[in-house]
Design a protein around this ligand. Structure first.
Ligand SMILES: Nc1ncnc2c1ncn2[C@@H]1O[C@H](COP(=O)(O)OP(=O)(O)O)[C@@H](O)[C@H]1O
Ligand SMILES: [Mg+2]
Length: 212
């Protein structure tokens, strides 16, 4: 198995149904075929504590979750993932593909819930311990198309974010695009309405470039 000094940390961002899970699986297969050790994880979640927090933050309905509490639950899940999983596995030279990460918090809790941007940036600094992703793919999709895919792929109950209105999701999209403009060295924006294989090829080309 090939390893990489200091590992490679790749995150996938974008709205629900943009194709994050689809693309992560395809990239994982390609990298495995090349002989790399690849680990997949997700946020919130990825650890035992994180998965418990995920259930709460996505589904808790016994009372409303205060926006600040929501932010800190995501922060707690991330701090656990970074400490218990990301840092040790990257040190061991693994490639990690993560389904959502800090940018989702900036977009959802910052851009759409309007929580303080300075505090969110400080929370990222605290929970990431400086280990930002090496590469982030933003699968950009219109709110209309995201809603359309939600209708067709409907399985089970809505989570708390799927229940938000179009305005909320427009603000999420704009915030993601702003993150991409602010971090051109790290974030690659991909039009998620393209064919699955077209997107997969673009992603693989970018990753291959950092692997050589
Ligand atoms: N590029 C694409 N074009 C059309 N449909 C897609 C595309 N990528 C994924 N899908 C479909 O959209 C749905 C959501 O994909 P998924 O990968 O689960 O998205 P996410 O993980 O971002 O929520 C699935 O039914 C999937 O087959
Ligand atoms: Mg998914």
């Amino acid at each position: 198995m090939k390893t990489i000094p200091k590992g490679l940390f790749i995150t996938f961002e974008g709205p629900d149904k943009a194709g994050k899970s689809t693309q992560i699986k395809l990239l994982e297969q390609k990298l495995r075929c090349q002989g790399y050790e690849v680990l997949m994880t997700r946020e919130p979640g990825g650890t035992l504590l994180g998965e418990e927090l995920r259930r709460l933050v996505m589904q808790f309905r016994a009372e409303g979750i205060a926006p600040g509490a929501e932010l800190l639950l995501f922060g707690a899940s991330r701090a656990q993932l970074v400490h218990n999983f990301l840092l040790p596995q990257l040190t061991a030279g693994k490639i990690i593909l993560c389904d959502r990460f800090a940018d989702s918090t900036t977009a959802y809790q910052g851009g759409a819930r309007h929580l303080d941007a300075g505090f969110i940036a400080a929370l990222h600094q605290f929970s990431l311990q400086g280990r930002w992703p090496d590469l982030t793919f933003l699968l950009d999709l219109s709110v209309e198309e995201s809603f359309r895919r939600l209708q067709t792929a409907r399985t089970g109950k809505h989570d708390r974010f799927e229940e938000e209105d179009r305005k909320f999701h427009h603000q999420v999209r704009e915030a993601f695009l702003q993150i991409a403009r602010d971090n051109p060295q790290r974030v690659r924006v991909l039009d998620a309405s393209q064919q699955v294989e077209t997107i997969a090829e673009k992603i693989y080309q970018e990753v291959a470039r950092v692997l050589v």
